[in-house]
Design a binder for this molecule. Structure first.
Ligand code: SUG
Length: 450
């Protein structure tokens, strides 16, 4: 495979923050989610923060897409768990008997589209087709509710068999625990050149030695290998590396909380990988372009500061002149140590990263989702971009429409006790019905499918 398609561009598909965005403390090993559980959220502010991030990157010349939120509350999930009667009765009984289940079926967690799927660009894949596998997200109940709708949304947008191949989510069982692109990094020259795929896992389902002790390892090697197989990736195109168990125990629940790659650059913390040298060597041996590692040692930034600031959950974006821009969350600027490392080690270092942009995504950050969690990267050629069916690529007009839609439908306060309000469920469905029309996406939600 030596084709180079110069029309290939990375499109970042950000998840829209849904109308039921709330802080429920649902995510084990995710310190921000644990710390903020029970706070009152502001769904409107969250959605607008996300849209402003998308708009500013679009205006800076980066290709930007958008993915819709999911149907929440997921009353179908509650019915499967034995709640019966009218929607109002299901909500009231769940609030009374199992408030933790009600919180789970209301989560707006699909905003973190880095966990929606794993994507392989056509240039690396058989028949030149872009490959998609929705992540099964089986490690938590609230996220396990996502893949069915995620699959329908991806198929509605990337709806052309000549260009796109859709695979089923892996079996939703601990051996194949899959959290999607958050644990997958493609390293390459330009985006249209062939790449090497770095899959990072937290544990082996069959016969692992070192595992985290405090918090769960969400991704298995077996899941990563299965996704690579589905996508037709060969040994020569893949590297499988174990995440450092100490990092997971410090709150690094996905690899994208401790490393980010783009093109030939891998920005990572010293404790990202259990075998740092072995991982870099394997990448170097397989990449066609020299790897540019940007290593942040533990003396410069502790794991606690890495997790608290989400420095490594930044987006690293390619510019036409070969330089790169790092898009960091506001929390990095608030941490003096981290801000200094950005200036002195990352920007001043001998690497292509030449600019830092700071974005406020605090509503998402308080649930453990930074700029990189909020986006799914899909490298697409011009023909593939043209084959997109829905109105999912951001334009100034779509930004205006989505902002007005949020202003019309979203609440600016949502406390855990509000989740039982049947009016919230009605508002949410009305908003989503309008959204699928606005995005020209057809029917993707259970309530639309009957
Ligand atoms: O799975 N938080 C998400 C955050 C996901 C971040 N994604 C990436 N790193 N790519 C999670 O832990 C919290 C929901 C709550 O507690 O209300 C939550 O699901």
């Amino acid at each position: 495979m030596s084709r180079v398609d110069e029309s290939v561009q990375e499109v970042n598909f950000d998840g829209l923050v849904g109308p039921t965005h709330n802080y429920a403390g649902l995510a084990a090993g995710n310190l921000a989610s644990q710390r903020h559980g029970g706070l009152t959220a502001n769904p409107k502010e969250g959605a607008l923060q996300g849209l402003l991030k998308m708009k500013s990157l679009m205006e800076a010349g980066y290709a930007q897409g958008v993915l819709p939120p999911q149907q929440r509350p997921d009353l179908g999930a509650l019915r499967k768990l034995g709640f019966t009667g009218s929607d109002e009765r299901v909500l009231a009984s769940a609030a009374d008997q199992a408030p933790q289940l009600l919180r789970a079926v209301c989560s707006a967690s699909s905003m973190w589209t880095a966990n929606a799927a794993t994507v392989t660009p056509g240039v690396d894949a058989p028949e030149g087709r872009v490959q998609f596998t929705p992540a099964n997200l089986q490690s938590s109940f609230h996220r396990f509710l996502e893949p069915a709708t995620t699959g329908r949304v991806l198929q509605a947008i990337f709806h052309d068999e000549r260009h796109f191949a859709h695979h089923p989510a892996l079996p939703a069982t601990p051996a194949f625990s899959d959290e999607g692109a958050a644990n997958h990094t493609r390293l390459c020259g330009a985006h249209g050149e062939p790449g090497v795929h770095l899959f990072v896992y937290g544990r082996k389902a069959f016969g692992g030695e070192r595992e985290p002790r405090r918090y769960p390892a969400r991704q298995t090697l077996e899941a990563s290998q299965a996704v690579a197989r589905q996508h037709g990736l060969t040994d020569a195109q893949t590297v499988f590396a174990q995440q450092h168990p100490d990092a997971i125990d410090a709150g690094v629940f996905h690899n994208d909380v401790i490393a980010v790659g783009n093109g030939p650059v891998l920005l990572y913390h010293e404790l990202a990988f259990l075998d740092e040298e072995g991982t870099l060597e394997a990448l170097r041996a397989k990449m066609a372009t020299p790897l540019i590692p940007v290593r942040v040692p533990v003396e410069a930034i502790s794991l606690d500061d890495a997790v608290g600031s989400y420095l490594f959950n930044s987006q690293l974006l390619s510019n036409p002149d070969g330089s790169m821009t790092l898009v960091v969350p506001g929390e990095c600027q608030e941490n003096d140590t981290v801000w200094r490392v950005i200036q002195d080690l990352i920007l001043a270092g001998y690497n292509p990263i030449s600019e830092v942009l700071v974005k406020d995504v605090k509503q998402s950050m308080q649930n453990g989702g930074g700029p990189a969690c909020l986006r799914l990267r899909v490298a697409l050629s011009s023909a593939e971009r043209e084959a997109i069916k829905a109105r999912a690529l951001l334009t100034p007009a779509l930004f205006e429409d989505l902002t007005a839609w949020v202003e019309r439908h979203y609440r600016d306060r949502l406390a855990p006790k509000d989740l039982a309000d049947p009016q919230l469920a009605r508002e949410s469905l009305a908003a989503l019905d309008e959204l699928t029309k606005l995005l020209e996406m057809g029917s993707v939600y259970p309530f639309q499918l009957g």
